[in-house]
Design a protein around this ligand. Structure first.
Ligand SMILES: Cc1cc2nc3c(=O)[nH]c(=O)nc-3n(C[C@H](O)[C@H](O)[C@H](O)COP(=O)(O)OP(=O)(O)OC[C@H]3O[C@@H](n4cnc5c(N)ncnc54)[C@H](O)[C@@H]3O)c2cc1C
Length: 599
């Protein structure tokens, strides 16, 4: 088995092959079976060299690469790998550094757009590998938009130089479905769908040696045993938006509980969304002539971002919209009159006709009688997800031995530039797969701490035992009421952050041990809700710490200017000895980096 790119890498040390040739006699070495003795007889044990949790871009690339390096892999997903998570719904724009592009200009764009708070070495690696992953995808059978043999590209929103390439049919759904097939075709990857992971499993020496799961469609208690584990479950959120409702931060927070460090808890992705119906386009429509307009008919973005105007980074548009609304100039609409007929047709053919978009355009017409490409409809800020993730290095190793992180479950940056996420998830999956496989080759399976596993399982099952208690959905609604007013996470200030924190702590106290579940579905919701409460506490505390603003990524009304002297730092959180959240900061290592702010 060998799938390789034709191009040779010009960069020393970067790997060109996605799947290295394995030994001829390599066989699938999974072992499954029940332990028959004592306290562990309830576990269905699934063993492999590498365990990947999550089947989006991060997880599938991890599995493909780990298998390419010769490891046996189990990939487990709570839904259906390759057809769930954010990856399946994405538009598919992917940043790629084409051979004629200037690497430094692209790095600088991304670094400056992240307020200088991004790992520059990682950004460089993402771009360096991007063309080779593109070639891998093409060798798998994916095609990208071209004209006369040349790639068609769009400029990523909020950047000056970076290019986005698009799948020929403008949806990432086909891409992840294809990655699933490629992973399975290696013969070394087993995919177990519909298994919900609720905790990591530790070995007796404290290293990460697997994960614990519950069958969603069967009554299995899984113990996934592995030499190395890759967490690729995406980031967190508060169900603010239906496309992001799957994100609660389960993966990063189970790693936090096991001792891993979380980075960037104060940052969020809040986007503009149509007030009545979902459609995608807050980034693409302004690129083809649409403009943001307030209730008084004023195009207001130029005053907030004279350079990028309506194509400003998304959080800047959200902040501007919130300030316009507070000044009595709501509603905020997308003025689509400036889009030419030709662009409208192109958008309809490429964006609207694929994936789930046609259904939503039809719904707009059927239920409201409007066409979002012709009528100026109201848009509002909607919370998508937070940008916290596991602290991980350039090899995607977390601070816990045996645990690696890929996709948005690790910090990949703050600014949700269109196209960056898929490029960075692809890079991190590929890298984590390779690192974890190498780690697995150098280590043996360890004996699992079964007492710890049993304890974790009974903690997870706890809400099932309560006859009466709180409904997790109700707790989430109460949490949303605390977090979603504009002065909490969009236009932050000390008073409103403290008030929200008090509310979250009270809600946590009142509900954490009182949620009840009558079935597995509600049990899972109870775990998700508990995670969201922790995440909310962490984000508010971290937002209070950062007493400054960073252009386009973080805005404190009481500290509206950047404070480069004190805040070119990352906030990190780990679990303290008594289970408390222990916050610290780490300076951005500019002595090692090539790009730095001018003042
Ligand atoms: C509508 C939309 C459009 C987008 N468009 C673009 C775009 O054009 N370009 C771009 O770069 N980015 C885009 N993005 C963002 C990008 O798609 C995501 O950031 C990226 O796909 C995340 O990949 P991931 O592998 O980290 O996570 P996901 O794709 O979310 O995968 C995580 C997987 O983990 C599984 N999982 C989670 N928790 C558990 C658990 N406890 N147990 C077992 N399994 C679990 C989930 O079921 C899921 O399959 C878009 C996002 C959305 C929502």
């Amino acid at each position: 088995m060998c799938i390789r790119s034709e191009n040779q890498s010009p960069w020393p040390g970067s790997c060109v092959h996605v799947l290295c040739p394995g030994p001829q006699d390599q066989v699938f070495r999974h072992a499954t079976g029940r332990l028959v003795s004592g306290q562990s007889d309830r576990w269905q044990i699934v063993q492999s060299d590498v365990l990947v949790i999550g089947g989006g871009f991060g997880g599938l690339w991890s599995a493909i690469r780990a298998a390419g390096c010769g490891s046996t892999v189990t990939l487990v997903d709570r839904s259906f790998a390759g057809k769930s998570g954010h990856s399946f719904f994405a538009g598919g724009a992917m940043m790629v550094l084409l051979p004629e592009d200037d690497l430094d200009e692209c790095i600088r764009d991304i670094v400056a757009g992240n307020g200088w708070l991004i790992d520059q070495e990682m950004v460089e690696e993402v771009f360096k590998g991007s063309f080779y992953r593109l070639k891998d995808l093409e060798s798998f059978g994916m095609s990208f938009r071209k004209s006369g043999g040349t790639y068609l590209w769009t400029r990523a929103r909020g950047t000056m130089k970076v290019k986005n390439l698009w799948p020929a049919n403008a949806t990432a759904g086909d891409e992840v479905t294809l990655l699933r097939k490629i992973a399975l075709s290696t013969g070394l990857v087993r995919i177990i769908d519909h298994a919900f992971i609720y905790d990591l499993a530790k070995a007796s020496d404290g290293t990460i040696a697997g994960a614990l799961g519950a069958g969603v469609q069967n009554p299995e208690n899984y113990l996934f045993k592995a030499k190395g584990v890759i967490l690729a479950t995406n980031s967190g959120g508060y169900r603010g938006h239906h496309l992001a409702s799957e994100l609660q931060g389960l993966g990063p927070f189970m790693a936090f509980d096991a001792g891993a460090k979380i980075k960037n808890p104060e940052f969020h992705y809040i986007n503009m969304r149509p007030a009545k119906h979902e459609i995608e386009g807050s980034g693409i429509l302004p690129a083809i002539g649409a403009r943001w307009v307030n209730g008084k008919g004023e195009h207001f973005m130029e005053q907030y971002d004279p350079l990028f105007k309506d194509r400003a980074p998304v959080l800047k548009i959200v902040q501007a919209a919130a300030r316009e609304a507070r000044a009595g100039k709501a509603p905020i609409s997308m003025d689509v009159e400036g889009i030419t007929e030709e662009e409208r047709e192109k958008f309809r053919t490429l964006q609207v006709s694929h994936g789930w978009m046609p259904l939503l355009f039809e719904k707009c017409a059927r239920e409201e009688g409007y066409d979002p490409l012709r009528n100026n409809i109201e848009w509002k800020p909607a919370y998508e997800c937070n940008k916290l993730g596991l602290l991980a290095d350039a090899q995607c190793r977390t601070s816990l031995k045996g645990l690696f992180a890929a996709g948005m479950a690790r910090t990949l940056g703050i600014n949700p530039f269109t196209g960056w996420s898929i490029a960075a998830c692809t890079w991190s999956g590929y890298t984590a797969g390779e690192s974890c496989s190498r780690y697995a080759s150098a280590n043996d399976w360890k004996s699992i701490d079964f007492a710890g596993a049993e304890e974790s399982r009974s903690r997870f099952m706890n809400p099932l035992g309560r006859e009466r208690g709180l409904d997790p959905d109700k707790v989430v609604h109460d949490l949303q009421k605390i977090l979603f007013p504009a002065d909490v996470l969009i236009l932050m200030k000390e008073g409103s952050l403290n008030k929200a924190l008090d509310g979250v702590l009270a809600l946590k106290e009142e509900s954490l041990s009182r949620m009840a579940a009558a079935d597995l579905r509600t049990l899972i919701k109870a775990r998700e809700t508990a995670t969201m409460l922790l995440s909310a506490e962490m984000t508010l505390k971290a937002s209070l710490m950062r007493r400054e603003s960073r252009d386009g990524i973080f805005f404190r009304e009481d500290f509206p200017e950047p404070d480069n002297a004190n805040w070119l730092k990352w906030i990190l959180v780990e679990k303290g000895e008594k289970g408390e959240m222990k916050f610290s900061t780490e300076d951005v290592p500019f002595a090692r980096y090539r790009f730095r702010p001018s003042s």
